[in-house]
Design a protein. Structure first.
Length: 188
């Protein structure tokens, strides 16, 4: 999935693509209407890569849930975020059956489907299986074109007698021993 640089800004609808970063702001482009504006550092900005969904065991990354729904829906558009609650909850439960029903609100589920459909129409959701298959093909093709390297035959430092080898000290690694002067009594 190509979700690097896709963010959510609290209080603003939709998702945004980071265009460039400034000193105290980030220039973003809305995925809804393609308008650009500066999002200030004081606004609550969350990267999609960092968002997780509560489950009964461990939290699950939003990217993994989006990927799972993409596979379940065969890459087709999901239900509208304006659909009734039963429909959205049933679809979400198929995607993530062990989600925490007390901490994941209906508004979060609506936002999930809105974001999924938005990312799908923008072409930012690509099946990870396809990407991994292409990467594996590239690796196997590169491995076949390379010739195997011969192992160098180094002699091991094996002592001839039964005593272990003595490690030599590096030059300049001599330990200094403090000398104590002993005087012959109390001096006046």
């Amino acid at each position: 999935m190509k979700l690097e640089g896709i963010i959510s800004i609290a209080g603003r609808p939709g998702l945004f693509k980071v265009i460039t970063k400034g000193k105290n702001s980030v220039i973003v482009e809305s995925l809804i209407d393609k308008k650009r504006f500066a999002a200030l550092a004081s606004e609550k900005i969350s990267a999609l890569e960092d968002i997780s969904i509560f489950t009964s065991e461990e939290d699950v990354k939003l990217i993994d849930v989006l990927s799972n729904f993409y596979k379940i829906s065969s890459g087709k558009e999901g239900p509208s975020h304006k659909a009734d609650e039963k429909t959205l909850r049933a679809s979400f439960e198929k995607t993530l059956p062990n989600y925490d029903k007390d901490r994941v609100y209906f508004s979060d589920i609506k936002k999930f489907f809105q974001w999924y459909n938005m990312l799908l129409t923008e072409g930012l959701l690509i099946a990870e299986v396809e990407v991994k298959d292409e990467a594996e093909k590239d690796k196997t093709e590169k491995a076949e074109t390379k010739t195997p390297k011969k192992a160098s035959a180094k002699k091991a430092n094996v002592p001839t007698s039964g005593t272990p080898p003595v490690k030599s000290m590096k030059a300049g690694a001599v330990k200094k021993v403090a000398t104590v002067k002993t005087g012959g009594g109390r001096g006046k």
